[in-house]
Design a protein around this ligand. Sequence first.
Ligand code: 2DT
Length: 212
Amino acid sequence: MACRRGALIVLEGVDRAGKTTQCKKLVQALQQSGRAAELMTFPDRTTTIGQLISAYLEKKSDLEDHTVHLLFSANRWEMVPLMKKKLEQGTTLVVDRYAFSGAAFTSAKPGFSLDWCMKPDVGLPKPDLVLFLQLSPTEAALRGQFGEERYETSAFQKAVQQKFEQLIKDPSVNWQVIDASQNVEDVHRDITTHSLNTVNKAQNLPIGELWK
Ligand code: 2DT
């Protein structure tokens, strides 16, 4: 490889675990340490597909459950050329949700197997590290009310949490579970330590393929 590639680092977790705050802090910390780093978010609501997803989440439209699942996946696939280009140029990507949210959220609906839900995302760029921000439903409840979007109820979030627990058992993915009940700075320190290790290790390795 001509230049050292960037790492693909994903943050996952249930609602209110602090993913978005921690993604932003991690990008800043990597940049301050002299590394190129950028934030990406899924769903990316700016594309044509992303706008369909956004309207669905905001309950402005209804979509059939399989259909919306495939749109979430297509919304990742449409970003793959850009992701690969950035990684190959040496930029580390910090990603707020990825295929794991895709599989966990849809398989929490009745009639969906985890296996079916994972299929459309097989072969996506494989994260070098997936940080799971662990927060119990009780602790999440202490952080305030749920929002108004689809999926933001405590019963659904509990089902999602169980699906994440199944996904974390997969040894083909480099999961690190982070205790998100700590204060923001302690969580940030844990995340930064794992991420710097990963950035150093990934730079000479090829980009892998997820779930393949
Ligand atoms: P936020 O924008 O607040 O993160 O909410 N979701 C996300 C899915 O159902 N499938 C997916 O593939 C992804 C990436 C999780 C986005 C909501 O969309 C759900 C919460």
